[in-house]
Design a protein around this ligand. Structure first.
Ligand code: SF4
Ligand code: ZN
Length: 121
């Protein structure tokens, strides 16, 4: 066991929507009995890419005692795709553009890096 950053899931807030599954490149999250769960703590690297996509604020990153991250095991987990992941402005998907999760009007949306400046200026 080591002290390190790892994702924390608040099951009271989780509605089981599954939006956090595909953004986790390590395949660490699955929906079990209607709630998001970290299937194996050595798969979560604590980077928190899932945090911004959660519409209910159920995800956060905390520091606690857990298993060491296993990058070899994570590299062997199948990558997930999700048809709901596309830029909400130009509608291009992650195969065409780099996408960033953005919060707006109480919703979590994806915006590509080319469209992002139009929101900033
Ligand atoms: S995105 Fe949030 S609410 Fe949806 S399944 Fe994941 S933790 Fe639960
Ligand atoms: Zn775009």
């Amino acid at each position: 066991m080591v002290e390190r950053s790892i994702v924390k899931i608040d099951e009271e807030k989780c509605n089981g929507c599954g939006k956090c599954i595909a953004p986790c490149a390590e395949g660490a999250i699955e929906i079990i009995d209607g709630k998001a769960k970290i299937v194996s703590e050595d798969l979560c690297d604590g980077m928190g890419f899932c945090v911004g996509v959660c519409p209910t604020g159920a995800l956060s990153v905390e520091s606690r005692q857990t298993l060491q991250f296993n990058s070899e095991k994570a590299a062997q987990t199948p990558k997930r795709s999700d048809s709901s992941i596309y830029c909400n402005i130009c509608e291009r998907d992650e195969l065409e553009r780099y996408l960033i999760p953005v919060r707006h009007d109480n919703d979590s949306i994806w915006i590509c890096t080319k469209c992002l400046p139009s929101l900033i200026h």
